[in-house]
Design a protein around this ligand. Structure first.
Ligand code: NCN
Ligand code: DMD
Length: 355
């Protein structure tokens, strides 16, 4: 298969690093006392290559898709919940909807592959790649063409947000069965045992988790027999086509485009971080532009975050997905730029500096 040539992402420019650190350190506070807010201020300054970064124009993009593997009973919820939740997002009744309303953040729901005809639903962007992926335990989840279309859907949504002048993007997803996908991707891309990558998802029991492990291992056996190689030796493009979901690939595309445009983006929970893992295997610089919102209660998220050496902002035992952790973290991210831009310095306020 031909390599996927995604446009180049530049590592963040570090020329302003010392100026930013000096600005942070000269604020009227003991050195380092704003903790992770200071780390965020530095990261945002580097991403925007500005001593005064702003993140006052956010947009939430929630990518929704169905996953064929749901027929294996890997989720406690039926597949039609994906479609029902999309309607709930749009009606304003979901967690992500009410938190976006709370913070006055526009919410765009993107249908990349919900297994229902939603074309006429107002407010929904339609980038449908298909009516959901195939069951990866018996066949590849998607074709190469579908993989590229799903990446492109994420790219298009970010281009639109960029044209609207947005300066921070929040990503979320909805897809029954997609914690199994996140687990499979994590195991294949990081060469970790499947059992370390699965968790309860939307509420699977111990037996349900065992089922998830068995379904992923069946898929790996199928894939390794087909390619005559260990799954961990396959390219990230092939691994994604074999195992991913349209919503996960679209999020990876959105992250890659966001990074390419120099726009900071907020990473939600386990599935969103699995999408980042895929994106990072396509271009490792994508990670520099991402802000880790929270540590999900999904068991494997901790190890996935550790892979990125990430220190997420929040740890609230949330395990909902749909961008809920990203939107809850947004005011804190905004506070990082507010202190950097508005706080007095020792000099301007006439406050004596410490030793
Ligand atoms: O992202 C997370 O941390 C997360 C953890 C557990 C569940 N979810 C959400 O729950 C759905 C997937 O759960 P499941 O059990 O159907 O695989 C999907 O719609 C996700 O948004 C999300
Ligand atoms: C009800 C419900 C809401 C969700 N939001 C994101 N994933 C979800 C999964 C379920 C099952």
């Amino acid at each position: 298969m031909k390599a996927f040539n995604f446009p180049d992402i530049k590592p963040v420019a570090t020329s302003l690093e010392s100026a930013l650190m000096e600005k942070i350190n000269n604020k009227t506070k003991p050195l380092g006392s704003l903790g992770i807010l200071e780390t965020l201020a530095l990261q945002l300054g580097l991403i925007q290559n500005s001593p005064s970064p702003t993140v006052d124009k956010p947009k939430m993009l929630v990518f929704a898709g169905d996953n064929g593997v749901a027929v294996q009973g890997v989720s406690p919820f039926p597949q039609e919940v994906t479609q029902q939740m999309v309607l709930n997002f749009l009606a304003g009744g979901a967690a992500v909807s009410v938190f976006c309303q709370q913070h006055n953040v526009p919410l765009q729901v993107v249908d990349v592959g919900v297994n229902a005809e939603l074309a006429t639903v107002p407010l929904l962007t339609n980038h449908k790649v298909g009516m959901g992926t195939k069951d990866f335990s018996v066949s590849p989840a998607m074709t190469e063409a579908e993989f590229l279309l799903a990446l492109g859907a994420g790219v298009k949504e970010v281009d639109l947000a960029h044209s609207e002048g947005k300066n921070i993007l929040l990503f979320g997803e909805m897809g029954i069965g997609n914690t199994t996908i996140g687990a499979a991707l994590m195991s294949a891309l990081l060469s970790k045992p499947v059992k370390e990558c699965v968790g309860a998802g939307a509420g699977s029991t111990t037996a349900g988790i065992e089922k998830k492990i068995a379904v992923i291992e069946t898929a790996f056996t199928r894939i390794e027999a087909f390619y005559q190689q260990p799954i961990t030796d396959l390219s990230p493009e092939v691994i994604a086509q074999e195992l991913a979901g349209f919503e996960v690939v679209a999020m990876a595309g959105a992250m890659l485009r966001s990074a390419e445009l120099g726009i900071a983006y907020v990473i939600d929970g386990f599935i969103c971080t699995a999408a980042l893992l895929l994106a990072s295997k396509l271009n490792p610089h994508v990670v520099d532009y991402g802000i880790f919102a929270h540590q999900s209660h999904e068991k494997a998220h901790l190890a996935l975050l550790a892979h990125f050496k990430a220190k997420p902002i929040l740890s609230l035992s949330m395990r909902l997905g749909e961008g809920s952790g990203a939107i809850v973290a947004l005011p804190i991210i905004q506070s990082a730029t507010v202190f950097l831009n508005n706080m007095a310095s020792f000099e301007s306020a006439g406050v004596s500096e410490g030793l």
